[in-house]
Design a protein. Structure first.
Ligand code: KIV
Length: 248
């Protein structure tokens, strides 16, 4: 809670928030000591750690294991943890699993993917005092084919739906809104209209903060489905290539 309050104060003072994923203690310690505001244990671990094609195979026990590793490296960053697919299908299941993330892993924020159909679950968790982040736009847990990996909100109808959903989340009291691959103009409008901080990945630069998957930043993601905004970084590559060249 202390770290979350610190984060919200930073936001009120106009700081742009940074959020980077981590799945182990070394990376989380590095991110924390370099002033990353939010460290996210994302269910992207299904892809970048387990090597799968989606987030759909991640279990609550796997998230708990990695979150405990990450937590051990943190001092001041806010720890945000994903509830994986099929762990929040009903109110009681959602609360039971959110409570696990808070009690076993010291989650400062619990993140769920929200659409019009499950916003009642978000509302229930907030009423039960779960500090919640609502993830909207591209929802990896709902995607069944490659065509789902696209920008959301480009048409007027879809843009309005995402805008209305964000405002509903803001009204029910989420602590944070995360936009994934939302049309930049819609994303800007959402960030201007909401009281809660709005951070994004693949949703333009005009938000209250940016999210990145650590392996995307390092340029070593082996598939590109975690984000539509991958940039190839060279520094990590150079270190490894130099080591290999010098030790042959
Ligand atoms: O699981 C994850 O890493 C995420 C980010 C892509 C936002 O949810």
């Amino acid at each position: 809670m202390k770290n979350l309050n610190r984060l919200l104060n930073l936001y009120k003072r106009g700081r742009k928030l940074s959020c980077i994923t981590a799945y182990d203690a070394s990376i989380s310690k590095y991110l924390d000591s370099n002033n990353t505001d939010i460290v996210l244990v994302g269910d992207s671990l299904g892809q970048v750690i387990k090597g799968g094609k989606s987030t759909h195979t991640v279990s609550i026990d796997e998230i708990i294991y990695h979150s405990k590793c990450v937590k051990s490296g943190l001092k001041k960053a806010t720890l945000m943890i994903d509830l994986p697919i099929n762990t929040y299908n009903s109110k009681s299941q959602a609360y039971k699993n959110a409570y696990k993330l808070i009690s076993k892993c010291s989650a400062d924020l619990v993140k769920i993917e929200v659409n019009e159909k499950n916003i009642n679950i978000a509302d229930y968790l907030i009423k039960k005092n779960v500090p919640l982040c609502g993830h909207i736009g591209l929802l990896p847990q709902s995607i069944k084919s490659k065509s789902g990996f696209r920008k959301y909100g480009k048409s007027l109808k879809e843009g309005n739906q995402i805008y209305d959903l964000a405002l509903s989340l803001d009204q029910i009291g989420v602590k944070l809104i995360l936009l994934e691959c939302v049309d930049n103009i819609v994303a800007d409008k959402i960030s201007k209209a909401c009281k809660s901080p709005v951070i994004g990945i693949g949703s333009g630069k005009g938000l209250d903060g940016q999210v990145a998957v650590i392996y995307d930043l390092l340029g070593i993601s082996f598939n590109k489905i975690t984000s539509l905004t991958m940039k190839k970084s060279s520094s990590f590559d150079k270190v490894i290539q130099n080591f290999l060249k010098n030790n042959k």
